[in-house]
Design a protein. Structure first.
Length: 68
């Protein structure tokens, strides 16, 4: 019936529960599991832009991503 299962994960408690259900269903249906890791771009925006703006000699401000 189910041949493959896509399991997106972001490290949250909800995604861990989804992982448990996915593993259970995969074992029952002998399905293949594909994992998909989700990264929040907002968590990366600040440090990345600070590094780039500092390397270019600009003041490191938040939310420069839209301007660059």
């Amino acid at each position: 019936m189910i041949k493959s299962i896509l399991l997106p994960t972001d490290g949250s408690a909800n995604s861990n529960v989804a992982l448990e259900y996915g593993l259970y269903l995969a074992s029952k249906f002998e399905a293949k599991i594909t994992g998909l890791n989700i990264v929040d771009i907002k968590a990366l925006e600040g440090p990345f832009i600070s590094d780039v703006s500092g390397a270019l000699g600009f003041s490191p401000y938040q939310n420069h991503l839209q301007k660059i």
